[in-house]
Design a protein around this ligand. Sequence first.
Ligand SMILES: Cc1cc2nc3c(=O)[nH]c(=O)nc-3n(C[C@H](O)[C@H](O)[C@H](O)COP(=O)(O)OP(=O)(O)OC[C@H]3O[C@@H](n4cnc5c(N)ncnc54)[C@H](O)[C@@H]3O)c2cc1C
Length: 392
Amino acid sequence: MNQKQTADYIIIGGGIIGCSIAYNLANQGAKNVVILEKGEICSGGTSKSCAISRSHYSIEANVHHAVESVKIFENFDQIIGGDPGFTCTGQIVLGPEKHRPLMESVFSTQNKYGSETQILTPAEAGKLHPLLQFEDVDVIGFESRSGYCDPYLTTSAYAQRAKDLGVTIFTDTPVNGIRINGSNKIIETPQFDFETPVLILAAGPWTHSLGKMIEVEFPYEIRKHKVLTLKIDQPYEKDWPIVKDLLTPEKIYFRPDSGGVVLVGTGDQGDAVTYIDEMTDEVEMEHIERIGKRMANRMPDFADAKLVRSWTGPYDIPPDWNPIIGPVPDLEGVHVAVGFSGHGFKLAPTVGESLAQQVLGNEPRVPIQMYDMTRFETGKTLNGAYGIGTFA
Ligand SMILES: Cc1cc2nc3c(=O)[nH]c(=O)nc-3n(C[C@H](O)[C@H](O)[C@H](O)COP(=O)(O)OP(=O)(O)OC[C@H]3O[C@@H](n4cnc5c(N)ncnc54)[C@H](O)[C@@H]3O)c2cc1C
């Protein structure tokens, strides 16, 4: 029989979400907090993340979380401690005429929460990003407080600060079973059985397998998200704005990365994945060529860009493309944070803070009740006005 350990709070998953929750629980006074991680810290979806933090969302709650979270990234060392590698670049959003009313309404919601967003002329935008062409663009928005982090540095900083506050992190510790015995939950791993009254599931795309252990089907599917890095023969500055191009069918986005390369992703639905552990990093040539053409259209200097690297990562996506955060219905003391649909990195600081407040019986500073799992039964789903995709 396995040795038994007890904890007051157990979090399964050591990605950005699990580490942020653990840090915030401990920072709010919780004792005896444990993270169980099957691999290393930041070895799941977070390790593939482009780690962009921007706040252009048609769902107001997402704007609120994104803006409050970027305030934390901006002052990470003072607020959390450590260096997330945040580079403030701002984000340029390029849109067609049909999106003008929606974009303007989002800009005003962003400004309500402090994101400092404005509409630019092509000449003004060209000063911020000299390689862009705007001939086919009708609306240019600019949010000055966006940027990008290093996903590994950020997650490790949360993990380190959590440890400093007394959290115990078990890596190489896969959870193979969960038994619910009244208010007690027994969590089975190869080394120990852990007993806890409060269990938080933050296993990203793997949360389905934990759901099976407690007979709960979490409503999300897994889809592939492909990323390319491209390089041209001239400098691409590391503080040039992130660009979101709503004129492309794939709603591409791109941002600078270290070494003068440009990292390009898409905001579309992505290919379905049946088994998460069978997913590979492969990106098809057709995708590389198609996205390469979109980049060359937006930045003619990219006509001869070279591919440096490509990879694929998993998105966990609920039917409305918004996360599921809060108590698991009918299971006292079990909470979940899953289904981040490509938004999880930028929302992690306040999601961790607010979920910790909710778990400890306090009012979340940034509300999270709209992300409750019951919304799929009550019909209060969070459907974004831009339709399917990460621009929810
Ligand atoms: C290619 C790509 C680009 C992205 N770009 C952005 C972006 O620019 N901006 C943004 O905001 N978001 C982005 N995202 C989304 C964001 O990165 C994710 O939403 C976020 O990282 C999810 O974090 P997580 O902690 O929920 O999941 P994960 O990082 O997947 O962590 C879950 C952890 O649980 C562990 N685990 C699983 N099963 C078990 C088990 N049985 N026992 C113990 N441990 C277990 C896993 O090993 C893993 O470490 C992107 C995602 C991808 C894939």
